[in-house]
Design a protein. Structure first.
Length: 313
């Protein structure tokens, strides 16, 4: 049997997935890949096979994947043609190396053409390409990371206590990034799913007002919610210095380490009911209950969005 290969272990999601994998699988069955050799050192010191990889370039990828039966592709942090090409490079290399299955971290409702999220374009491109080349797969269609909105909640505490965005009364089953990482680890370690699409949702479908109320109950703050238009939402991010696209410059330690185009179109999708998938796929995959928003606010220091990790060259 070949090994289980995890990409992106120098990123927020991949690093957490790596830690879960170490509890699920023997070290000699693992391969970890990352842009950063420094990030791989602690795993190499454990005797794990590691490879420095850059998915913007196909050179060397098939060799890095040559001992793997399964590859978990954690989606790149940039948006658009560059991400599509990077994902295509990974799929092509996996096919060439004889990899048997790809696990891909996608987005809820990615296949819906009426979903306005700009992020979903790259995700459905990647899903379609994996299907086109005929590879067995598990598509993990993740709900929105709750950590992004926990951090956002505290941003608005500092900005006067009125959270403003364009989600209105749309609903989302917010999921912890830790649980998305757990799903990646379990998808790699299991052999019970083939050509599968799993919706990785949180334990409760809620509006952003519900989310804010959980924050208030846990922290004692008194944040309220105000729905605004898409353009007003862009203006807030512009004032925070958030770039419109991932081609822009991101501030170090930004409380919004994503492009505003991604966030605003995501909010629009929530408002229009395009993100309200709600399943028990996470529990079926992992055998565990997903972390609640209530718990995340009660332990908020452990559930912040963190720094942006990307390598675009």
């Amino acid at each position: 049997m070949g090994k289980l290969l995890l990409t992106g272990v120098d990123g927020n999601l991949g690093n957490q997935a790596a830690e879960y994998l170490l509890d699920l699988v023997e070290k000699d069955q693992l391969i970890f890949c990352a842009y950063s050799e420094a990030a791989l050192k602690k795993y190499a010191d454990l005797g794990i096979e590691t490879h420095v990889t850059n998915f913007n370039h196909k050179d060397g990828l098939a060799e890095a994947f040559s001992n793997a039966d399964k590859v978990a592709l954690i989606s790149m942090p940039f948006v658009g043609e560059k991400r599509q090409n990077a994902h295509k490079n990974v799929v092509d290399a996996a096919k060439e190396a004889g990899v048997q299955q790809i696990i891909y971290t996608s987005l809820v409702n990615a296949a819906d053409e009426s979903n306005p999220s700009v992020e979903k374009i790259d995700h459905i491109f990647t899903e379609d390409y994996i299907n086109e080349v005929g590879m067995d797969h598990i598509f993990l269609r993740n709900s929105q990371y709750a950590e992004a909105m926990v951090t956002n909640y505290f941003t608005f505490v500092k900005m006067g206590g009125v959270m403003q965005n364009n989600q209105a009364d749309g609903k989302m089953a917010y999921i912890s990034r830790k649980d998305c990482a757990k799903a990646v680890a379990h998808a790699l370690a299991t052999d019970k799913y083939h050509d599968a699409v799993l919706n990785i949702n949180g334990p409760e479908l809620m509006t952003i007002t519900d989310f804010v109320n959980y924050g208030n109950e846990a922290t004692g703050n008194n944040v309220s919610y105000q729905a605004i238009s898409d353009e007003e939402n862009y203006a807030i991010f512009d004032a925070m210095g958030v770039p419109r696209t991932t081609e822009g410059a991101f501030k170090k330690d930004s409380e919004a380490p994503f492009s505003s185009e991604g966030m605003v179109t995501f909010g629009e999708a929530i408002r229009l009911g395009k993100m309200d998938n709600f399943t028990d796929d996470f529990k079926q995959l992992t055998g565990e209950e997903a972390i609640t928003v209530k718990y995340m606010f009660e332990n908020a220091d452990d559930f912040q969005v963190g720094e942006r990790h990307s390598e675009d060259t």
